[in-house]
Design a protein around this ligand. Structure first.
Ligand code: C2E
Ligand code: SIN
Ligand code: SIN
Ligand code: FE
Ligand code: FE
Length: 374
């Protein structure tokens, strides 16, 4: 009675999204061995950016940590306009397209592709790509199967994206209710999360951070000080230097943040959410130091990379901003300060990543200036 093994049973378990996709890919290859790559690019309406997100392929991905404006890709827009998936059985037709992603894909010689737009309730979430090294493989009988698999994959991706966004929205709302009193303005949070993404991309190779992780670091980094909700105004907004006992209380904002996040996850029934760990680590460990002199005394290799990245981003922005207790520093002074503590307080790679991206740092500062009105 129970002899049949459900071929997709692995999807029932708690697996990270890339592994679920790799699993479906493996299964699909048993029947269609020419499908060499499955990848997902997600769409961010606010910026019109299409961003690489997850992929499954044997070779090193020709396209990760990459984003491009949808407005700049006519062929991608065409798919949305027509409202149908696109079959390209000979990618040579794009050989005169000089766009970076096309060139990179050509570099590993994909010959054909099937591209499905991902929608839920009419909302566009991104594209799903099936690629092959062979030409003319995406024929009608194959597409019939790929459509079903494609919709399954879309659901998996969209479900995870929606969960992440809900978690973010809930924690952010809780923060906004009380954080109005704080000097941590929206501009500070925009800048520091953009620095965090910049650093994450720079160190991605060394620390094996994929697109999905970089995205979660960007999304969750503004929530690092959520625990300041629990610190009284008299300490949080004190115009001068904190006494030792006041600073001891201030330091509890990290563990308080961890507790708040755990409580929310529990109340939401989201304890099992795979990316919750990144959020938790950012709140708990953004004040750790490489040499163990931070809030919890964790040593270098015990500190999660997301916390190291956020530490550098947060301190750089704290230094270059006005605080009730300090003036704003110049970028030069702040870079010098970070470099002087690279390897002792801050992670060397993270500091180097930020310092080496001065142009991008200044562009972020230009883009997210303090609004004097509010
Ligand atoms: P914050 O203002 O967001 O600062 C984050 C971190 O940036 C600080 O973590 C520290 O590592 C760095 N930082 C900020 N300003 C300076 C500075 O003028 N010099 C140096 N060397 N580093 C700076 P830290 O020290 O653990 O402080 C955590 C939080 O405690 C701060 O968050 C702030 O809310 C509060 N705080 C720290 N010192 C004072 C103070 O003297 N007066 C007041 N009112 N609050 C303070
Ligand atoms: C991607 O690989 O994520 C997008 C580009 C493509 O495969 O055509
Ligand atoms: C484009 O860059 O718009 C065309 C290339 C592709 O869709 O892979
Ligand atoms: Fe903090
Ligand atoms: Fe901060």
């Amino acid at each position: 009675m129970f002899e049949h093994q459900d071929v997709l049973s692995a999807l029932n378990g708690k697996l990270p999204l890339p592994e679920k996709i790799a699993y479906v890919h493996e299964l699909l290859k048993k029947r269609f061995d020419f499908i060499d790559r499955i990848s997902v690019a997600i769409y961010e309406p606010k910026t019109d950016l299409l961003k690489t997100y997850v992929h499954s392929s044997d070779e090193a991905s020709p396209l990760t940590l990459y984003s491009a404006k949808l407005a700049d890709s006519e062929s991608m827009q065409e798919i949305l306009k027509v409202g149908r998936p696109r079959v390209v059985n000979d990618l040579d037709i794009f050989s005169n397209v000089r766009r970076e992603h096309t060139r990179r894909i050509a570099a590993v010689q994909y010959q054909s592709s099937y591209t499905m737009p991902m929608f839920q309730n009419g909302e566009f979430f991104g594209f799903l790509f099936f690629n092959s090294h062979r030409k003319n493989v995406f024929v009608e009988s194959v597409l019939h199967h790929l459509d079903m698999v494609g919709h399954l994959l879309s659901l998996l991706v969209i479900h995870e994206l929606s969960t992440t966004r809900s978690l973010y929205a809930i924690v952010k709302t809780a923060a906004n209710i009380t954080l109005h009193r704080d000097y941590e303005t929206g501009a500070h949070l925009d800048r520091m999360s953009n620095y965090a993404r910049l650093i994450a991309k720079e160190v991605a190779k060394k620390y094996r951070l994929n697109d999905e992780l970089v995205e979660h670091i960007f999304l969750f980094s503004p929530l690092h000080d959520i625990g300041k909700i629990g610190i009284s105004d008299s300490i949080l907004l004190k115009p001068g230097k904190l006494t030792e006992s006041e600073f001891d209380i201030m330091k509890t904002h990290a563990s308080k943040g961890g507790e708040i996040i755990d409580m929310m996850l529990k109340n939401l029934g989201m304890d099992e959410f795979p990316h919750a760990e990144i959020l938790r680590n950012i709140a708990l460990y953004h004040h750790e130091a490489i040499n163990g002199s931070g809030y919890n005394g964790l040593m270098d290799e015990e500190i999660p990379i997301e916390a190291k990245i956020v530490a550098v981003s947060d301190v750089f922005d704290a230094l270059t901003s006005v605080r009730p207790y300090k003036e704003a520093w110049s970028n030069d002074r702040a870079f010098m300060f970070l470099q002087s503590m690279a390897g002792t307080k801050f992670d060397k790679d993270c500091v180097a990543a930020l310092v080496n991206c001065r142009t991008e740092v200044e562009a972020i500062q230009q883009r997210f200036q303090e609004n004097p009105v509010g």
